[in-house]
Design a protein around this ligand. Structure first.
Ligand code: SF4
Ligand code: SF4
Length: 335
């Protein structure tokens, strides 16, 4: 059974959820960038995908993972799991695929990372289908233009939304005060992305062209500013840091901090060796991780084609141009 809701009822519906959940919505921030934030009655941003993904609710830039305190010669440790009950409204299909990739990494393949899984288990996802292509997107090439793993799907239709429940958790949100049954078939708007990426044998092609001249050529424009990795919904690399309360038995804390493969210091290891000294090697790592290594290890591409890294790059470095040039070279100039 599917449902509809009028656009004018959406703010009241979201407000009603606040009795039970922290409600997170897409909206513009104080400097005009679109991002996900707590719903306080502000105007929603529903035009296209947001400039920043909802990743911070699953992998915050700074996350306290445990605290520790000296107790008569030993240490007591207390883990910190975020169990806040959240509803995330308006997550786009590309970002649901990003969560799927992170789930594979942090829940399925290497044992459960409870700091991540606690946030995932306690968050209800209301996906919003795209009705037009976003700037620089290529989600259709990456197979990420249809939402996955969500509890409810909203599709804009005229003066309201068509609503398709996917889980029992989603169905429980469908308060008859706001939602009406419909027997209509679900609308399925088609989008046509601005960019395309030839993905057949892509990972293998990129890896075989590890020493292609394009890496050096493109990296000459790279500023190592990290904008690409900050906006990416799937970049997850992190460092840890401790805040010590020295000389006392006060509580100290360990934090997990998002890092960036584009920074020289991120590639420095114990003993002082720097693994990726050149900007070209760091740019190549970003592209190969998203379009080659992750798929080889986990069976899905880490890149979901949201196009955010392209939009955010101040020098217009575009991973689809790099990958398509290499594909063209690999395919003997046929593309
Ligand atoms: S690499 Fe770029 S296009 Fe791919 S998911 Fe990350 S930000 Fe989006
Ligand atoms: S956003 Fe562009 S300039 Fe900045 S680190 Fe990424 S590729 Fe380099």
């Amino acid at each position: 059974m599917n449902y509809t809701i009028k656009k004018e009822d959406l703010p009241t519906f979201l407000s009603s959820l606040k009795k039970r959940f922290e409600v997170i919505v897409p909206a513009k921030n104080e400097v005009g960038a679109s991002s996900f934030q707590a719903f306080e009655g502000q105007q929603l941003y529903l035009d296209t995908r947001t400039d920043f993904s909802p990743k911070k609710y699953f992998r915050p830039a700074k996350e306290k993972i445990f605290s520790f305190r000296k107790k008569s010669g030993s240490y007591g440790i207390k883990a910190e799991f975020d169990k806040t009950k959240r509803v995330l409204f308006g997550i786009r299909p590309c970002d649901t695929h990003a969560l799927h990739a992170l789930d594979l990494l942090f829940i399925k393949y290497f044992g459960e990372d409870q700091f991540y899984s606690s946030r995932r288990k306690n968050t209800v996802l209301i996906a919003l289908h795209c009705t037009e292509a976003c700037e620089n997107s290529f989600c259709t090439s990456m197979g990420a233009s249809q939402a996955i793993g969500h509890d409810l799907l909203f599709v804009e239709r005229g003066s309201g939304f068509f609503v398709k429940p996917e889980t029992e958790t989603g169905k429980k949100l469908l308060d008859p005060k706001f939602f009406r049954h419909t027997s209509d078939a679900p609308p399925s708007p088609k989008i046509s992305c601005q960019k395309e990426l030839e993905t057949q044998d892509l990972g293998e092609s990129l890896y075989r062209n590890f020493n292609h001249g394009i890496w050096k050529q493109e990296s000459e424009r790279c500023l190592s500013c990290t904008a690409c990795t900050q906006v990416c919904p799937t970049c997850y690399c992190y460092i840890t840091d401790d805040e010590f309360a020295f000389g006392s038995e006060k509580e100290s804390s360990r934090f997990r901090l998002l890092a960036s493969c584009q920074l020289l210091r991120f590639t420095k290891v114990a003993g002082g060796h720097v693994f990726r000294q050149s900007r070209s090697s760091r740019l190549r790592q970003f592209v190969l991780h998203h379009l080659s290594y992750f798929e080889e290890n986990h069976g899905v591409q880490l890149c979901v084609g949201c196009g955010r890294c392209i939009s955010a790059c101040p020098t217009k470095i575009d991973l689809t141009e790099i990958a398509n040039k290499i594909q063209s070279h690999a395919l003997g100039g046929k593309k």
